[in-house]
Write a protein that binds this ligand. Structure first.
Ligand SMILES: [Mg+2]
Length: 232
């Protein structure tokens, strides 16, 4: 039993939706838009070059590596400048990417399960990616989304969880953190003092190097059932 549970925080990518397809669609929307508006940028840089540039920017600005919005915008700014375009291109281009990045398709179990959970607990988003939960189709279920850009660190650093505690007044033990990643979500959540649930949608083995989550589910319907029983 979990006594004193007062809120649930969720990872987003690969917990509430598959991130691979949405990233492909967002990259494709960005490339199409750039080709139409800023053709010299696309002509100058091979498709693979954008990813290599983001890696280079991460090395150039290690203290901002956790902020994927900065990394992508700075990469676009550099590539635009090399193609003879002004810095405004990067912001505009990021907005195109971001709109497609937030047009996620949740897993089939997610909307109904979140709706049920949101009637019992405030729900928060804690993602290392740059989706903005308030701009996704799931926005209505969430009270707040915390990003690494806002917190200054990414999961599994306890600092991002502590940022949530500060903003909400919740104690660590009052928060259940739910996510698909054994390190960033389960080890990170535990390290911050939260209870944890591992969402194992693909039925893979638990990586032995880390302590297990308090509970494991294969989808959010199981999470709803778990919480209806008050915990494992
Ligand atoms: Mg994830």
């Amino acid at each position: 039993m979990w006594s004193g549970l007062r809120a649930v925080s969720f990872d987003l990518d690969d917990t509430l939706w598959a991130v691979g397809p949405v990233l492909l669609r967002a990259e494709s929307a960005l490339t199409g838009w750039l080709a139409e508006r800023y053709p010299r940028l696309v002509a100058l840089h091979e498709p693979e070059a954008a990813r290599e540039r983001r890696v280079a920017v991460t090395r150039e600005f290690p203290d901002r590596a956790h902020d994927l919005t900065f990394v992508r915008t700075e990469s676009l700014r550099q590539m635009a400048a090399e193609a003879g375009y002004g810095p405004g291109v990067a912001e505009e281009a990021f907005a195109v990417f971001h709109a497609a990045r937030n047009a996620v398709e949740p897993y089939h179990d997610v909307p109904e399960a979140l709706s049920r959970l949101a009637s019992r607990f405030p729900l928060f988003a804690l993602s290392n990616g740059n989706a903005d939960v308030r701009r996704t189709p799931l926005a209505a279920h969430f009270q707040l989304g915390i990003s690494p850009a806002e917190a200054g660190v990414a999961k599994p650093d306890p600092g991002i969880f502590e940022h949530l505690f500060r903003r909400t007044g919740l104690q660590p033990a009052e928060v259940l953190h739910v996510g698909d990643d054994p390190v960033t979500d389960v080890a990170g959540g535990r390290g911050a003092g939260c209870r944890t649930v591992w969402v194992n949608r693909r039925g893979v083995a638990w990586p032995a190097a880390h302590a297990r989550a308090d509970a494991e589910v294969s989808d959010l319907n199981q999470l709803v059932a778990l919480l209806a029983h008050g915990g494992p």
